[in-house]
Design a protein around this ligand. Structure first.
Ligand SMILES: Nc1ncnc2c1ncn2[C@@H]1O[C@H](COP(=O)(O)OP(=O)(O)OP(=O)(O)O)[C@@H](O)[C@H]1O
Ligand SMILES: [Mg+2]
Length: 298
């Protein structure tokens, strides 16, 4: 039985006045409880895709279904962390998050809302800044408010647009660990844009590789074959890590541009670069092939 939760079919976007689509023929699906990252060069259309998934922007062609229903507008079932933090500047941290919480649970008492908000503010380490306005916060702190706000409404799907981009390495690590913990606990379904290949390998079950525009596509899907118990501290001890990392970097350096202008396949193949092929049997002359082909599935 398919557990497809989010399904994207033939998605395309041409901005008014543009001659060619930014992307077209974008096809992929996300299963319930799955963590999917998307990687691709700046301008290939990642944020546009995320906005269409959120129901904030319309596509020029194609469809998005969540739980078999077509996405036709924004919903509190999908929590978004924007690339810019998108906070209301006249409201404190507390009120920014409380506003979203009250929209989701209009019947809650003030005490219930307060307690819930406090929990998520503590989660991102902003307890001391809860009554400050966004203008009094650093970029990384604002981003953390956005993260707390998205988590606080406990959406069925989290859509994250480079949510850790403005954070220092230490805070970033702490929040990545926290995100992994929450996802393991709640089976949260996540679609996340990142430029950081290590972050993608740590967090994602599958990594969507997007070719360059115009006519960008999801060109290939990398299955993360490392155990889900991976942590930041142990990741680099697993030989799979280097194979997956090299594969992602090779795509970004060379293949993403070769596959622009609609040269990527419409149905992206799934690959498992982490798994090495078994050592070839030595031939009678003692020569084995040193070239390890990628294992392709689907
Ligand atoms: N409102 C708009 N009007 C016209 N063109 C737009 C608009 N928004 C985005 N674009 C163009 O569409 C393309 C994709 O933009 P998008 O923001 O989705 O890229 P991205 O992959 O998220 O890039 P980055 O990694 O830099 O965030 C870009 O070439 C951009 O200039
Ligand atoms: Mg973007």
């Amino acid at each position: 039985m398919s557990t497809e939760f989010l399904k994207v079919e033939g998605l395309a976007k041409t901005y008014p006045g543009a001659r060619e689509p930014v992307f077209d023929g974008v096809n992929f699906a996300v299963e319930q409880g799955e963590f999917v990252c998307i990687i691709g060069h700046s301008g290939c259309g990642k944020t546009t895709i995320l906005n269409v998934l959120a129901g904030l922007e319309s596509a020029s062609a194609g469809h998005v279904f969540m739980d078999r229903r077509e996405v036709a507008g924004p919903s509190l079932e999908r929590g978004v962390v924007f690339q810019g933090h998108a906070l209301m500047p006249w409201l404190s941290v507390r009120s920014n998050i409380a506003f979203a919480v009250r929209s989701k649970w209009p019947g809650w008492s003030r005490a219930q809302v307060d307690e819930h908000v406090q929990r998520y503010v503590d989660l991102v380490g902003l307890g001391a800044a809860i009554d400050k306005k966004p203008s009094a916060l650093s970029g990384g702190m604002k981003q953390r408010v956005g993260i707390a706000r998205a988590f606080a409404i406990q959406p069925r799907m989290l859509l994250l647009d480079e949510p850790f981009g403005a954070l220092d390495a230490l805070t970033r690590g702490t929040i990545q660990d926290e995100l992994l913990r929450i996802c393991a606990e709640t089976h949260q379904t996540v679609f996340m844009i990142t430029h950081d290949v290590d972050e993608a390998i740590l967090l994602a079950d599958r990594i969507l590789l997007m070719s360059n525009g115009p006519q960008a596509r999801v060109a290939e899907i990398v299955r993360n074959t490392m155990p889900r118990t991976r942590t930041r501290a142990t990741l680099h001890h697993d030989p799979q890590y280097y194979r997956i990392r090299n594969h992602l970097v090779d795509f970004l350096v060379a293949r993403s541009s070769e596959l622009s202008h609609g040269r990527a396949p419409l149905q992206p193949p799934e690959v498992r670069p982490g798994l090495a092929e078994p050592e070839p049997e030595p031939t009678p002359t003692g020569e084995g092939s040193p070239v390890v082909p990628l294992r392709r599935v689907a």
